[in-house]
Design a protein. Sequence first.
Length: 312
Amino acid sequence: MAEPESTIINTDVKQKDPSEALVIAVTTRAIFNLEEEHKLYMEKGKEEYIRHQQANQDKPLPPGTAFAFIQAVQYVNEKILESNPAEKDLFDILVLSNNSPESGMRIINSAKHYGLEISKFCFVSDEDSTQYLKSHRVKLFLSADRTDVCNALQRGVSSALIFQQEVQASSTPLRVVFDGDAVLFSDETDQVFREQGLEGALQYERAMEAVPMGEGPLKAFAMHLGKMRKKFSQEKSPIRTYLVTARSGRDMGIRAIKTLREWGLAIDEAFFMDGAPKGPILAQIQPHIFFDDGLHNIQGAREVGVPSAWVP
């Protein structure tokens, strides 16, 4: 039997209704840069790590890859509440940690130091902390641990692996970039491409043009984001969403556009790269987060300083 989690409610923050909110769970290593501490944990063990965290509990941790994304999400909440103070369809952020509550004080203090609106801190002693995601109604889970992400995806929770990197200061509005196949859409065309090459994939797409693509692992998250975006006019929206796909616009873009239309998902801008590197366009968009299933695309994004999340 797994030990229960210890949840600390952040009383400084107005608690959201999880049945209506878009709940995002982030691990401590996704939101803060804990690379040195993680190294200490791996090399010297848990006791030494706990000692270090307790000794430094009033020293704020540096921001991690998902930090700017969480700040931008907070900005969206502010704008939603400005236009309707009674609105319940908000982002709700919780931090999931394998720390004990004692060594986790540094995490709580760091969040308060930066003014991050995190409603709950869940400290889980169990190895697989993802078993608690469903009970908290989590719609998106971001972690720096590959096993975590795979476990969460198996539990049916939209998840992505965060790579630690230097991230520039945040600016608003919230900008989210999605890859298409195997992220927003299913990987059906990718499978055809692997088995039959480009020509086979093109033929398949032409034959299936009128049929919407299957759902990818981040479709539910994107749909909720789209629903929040519809509360505003396009000019005043605090959310901007992008599709940046390796598909070519001429041959394979039609089905992607038709699928989005069928879903009722409005995307602000779509870029069909026809296999060209995504880095330059991402450098222009400067998103708070970029979701892709291709590690080469993630690498290209990281090289231009874009916070990236891999969907395995």
